[in-house]
Design a protein around this ligand. Sequence first.
Ligand SMILES: NC(=O)c1ccc[n+]([C@@H]2O[C@H](COP(=O)([O-])OP(=O)(O)OC[C@H]3O[C@@H](n4cnc5c(N)ncnc54)[C@H](OP(=O)(O)O)[C@@H]3O)[C@@H](O)[C@H]2O)c1
Length: 301
Amino acid sequence: MRASVITSFGTADALHEAHVDMPVPGRGQVLAKVRAAGVNPAELIARSGGFNLPAPAIIGFEFAGTVAAIGDDVSGVEVGDRIAGWPDSFSQGSYAEFTLSSNYTTIPEGVTFEQAAATVIGADNAARGLALLGPRPGETIVITGASGALGGAAVQFARLQGLEVIGIAGRFSLEYVESLGATAIEYGDHLADRVRAVTPGKIDAALDTAGKGLLPALIELRGGTERVVTLADMAASRYGVAFSAGHPGNRDSRHVREALEHIAAGEWRTRIGHTFPLSQAAEAHRTLEAGRTGGKLLLIP
Ligand SMILES: NC(=O)c1ccc[n+]([C@@H]2O[C@H](COP(=O)([O-])OP(=O)(O)OC[C@H]3O[C@@H](n4cnc5c(N)ncnc54)[C@H](OP(=O)(O)O)[C@@H]3O)[C@@H](O)[C@H]2O)c1
C-alpha cells in the first residue's frame, strides 16, 4: 500500500510517500481503508521526533474510511461499513491507504468521510474536557480556540447541554463561532475585560482548547482556578490549572458518534480548511505550521 513514511524525524520534509506492506488485522482489530485522515497539531510534534516513535513510522491519529477486513473477535461491523476512529498504533497511523483500528464508530448516512475524519479527535477531547467541568444548564462557559477542531466541538456540545457560551477565536473566525451558537470574542489584549463587557453574570467555567497563553485571563474571569480546564496549555501546572490529556485509554467513540449524528441531522458544523492528496503530506504539515488554516486539514489517500 501507499503511505507517508517517516524514516528520519525532523521537518515536514521527513514525510515521504512510499510503498509498504499492508497491515494485517489482529484480534479485535479491523483493517480500515482510509478515505480521509485528519492532520493534527500532535502529528507535527510526532513528526519532529517529540513522541520518540520507532522509525520507520507512519503517523496520523484519526481517520475515516471503510472496513476492508476483520480480525478475530470483532463484532458489530462488516466489510464495507463506513467507520471513523483512531488507529491503534501511533507509528502505524492513518497517513496511509490502510490502517488498523479497534476503536471506531460507524458513520451515519449523509456524513462525508471528510466530515467524519475532521470530527474524531475534536469531539472526543472536547466532550472529555467539558465533562470535567461539570457543566449545568443555564451556566456560562468561556471556551478558547472556539473556531478550532476541539473548541468548535466544545462550543457545540456545551450549547447542546444548555450552556451559554463565550467563544474566543481569531478575527476571521468570529462569524463562524457565532454560527455555532456562541457569543464570539477575538483573542488579544485585555481579553478578560472584553469578556466581562459582554457578560452581565458570572463566568461559571472555562475550557482552554487553544493553548496560547490565555490561562491567566481565564483564571481572572473565574476568580481562581476552580472549574478551569485546559486541553492544550503545557504551562497548566505553573498556574495550578487542570490539564486533561487524551490517550488510548480514555478515548470514547460514543462522543464521536454523537457529533456525527448531529452532522447528519444538519445541526452541527465541522470546518474543513483544505484537503491534500497523501503525496502532499509534507505540504499539509507546512500549512498547519504556518497557522490560519481555515479549518481542519485532511489527507486523502
Ligand atoms: N489534550 C489533548 O489530549 C489534546 C488532543 C488533541 C489536541 N490537543 C491540542 O489542542 C489544541 C487545539 O487543537 P485543534 O486541533 O483544535 O487545533 P485547531 O483546529 O488548529 O484550532 C486552534 C485554535 O486556536 C486558536 N488560536 C490560534 N492562535 C491563537 C492565539 N494566538 N491566541 C488564542 N487562540 C489562538 C485558533 O483560532 P483562529 O483559527 O480563529 O485564529 C483556533 O480556534 C492544540 O494545541 C492541540 O495540540 C490536545
